[in-house]
Design a protein around this ligand. Structure first.
Ligand code: SF4
Ligand code: SF4
Length: 81
């Protein structure tokens, strides 16, 4: 099954909770400001992401979503995030 990890950088306030919570050290804070003037989190090492959804759970601004990508495994009905 395949997932995609999306950070809505313009919802992010750069609090760093997701960066600290990620067990795989995937996330970092960007050096570029978003539309609100915050430095948002981004996936610095996306290849290490295991789509555990911890980051999405801890984010107080609901800026992170993990979607199941439709493919040959579609139809099993299990969703995360
Ligand atoms: S889904 Fe899990 S592994 Fe991937 S960035 Fe979020 S906390 Fe890290
Ligand atoms: S927890 Fe949410 S608001 Fe905080 S840095 Fe991560 S994505 Fe941004």
């Amino acid at each position: 099954m395949t997932y995609e990890h999306i950070i809505d950088k313009n919802r992010c306030k750069g609090c760093g909770l997701c960066v600290a919570a990620c067990p795989k050290n995937v996330l970092e804070i960007s050096g570029e400001v978003n539309l609100k003037g915050y430095f948002p989190a981004y996936q610095a090492r996306p290849e290490d992401c295991i789509f555990c959804a911890i980051c999405a759970t801890v984010c107080p601004d609901v800026a992170i979503t993990i979607n199941e990508i439709a493919g040959e495994a579609a139809g099993r009905g299990k969703r995360r995030g």
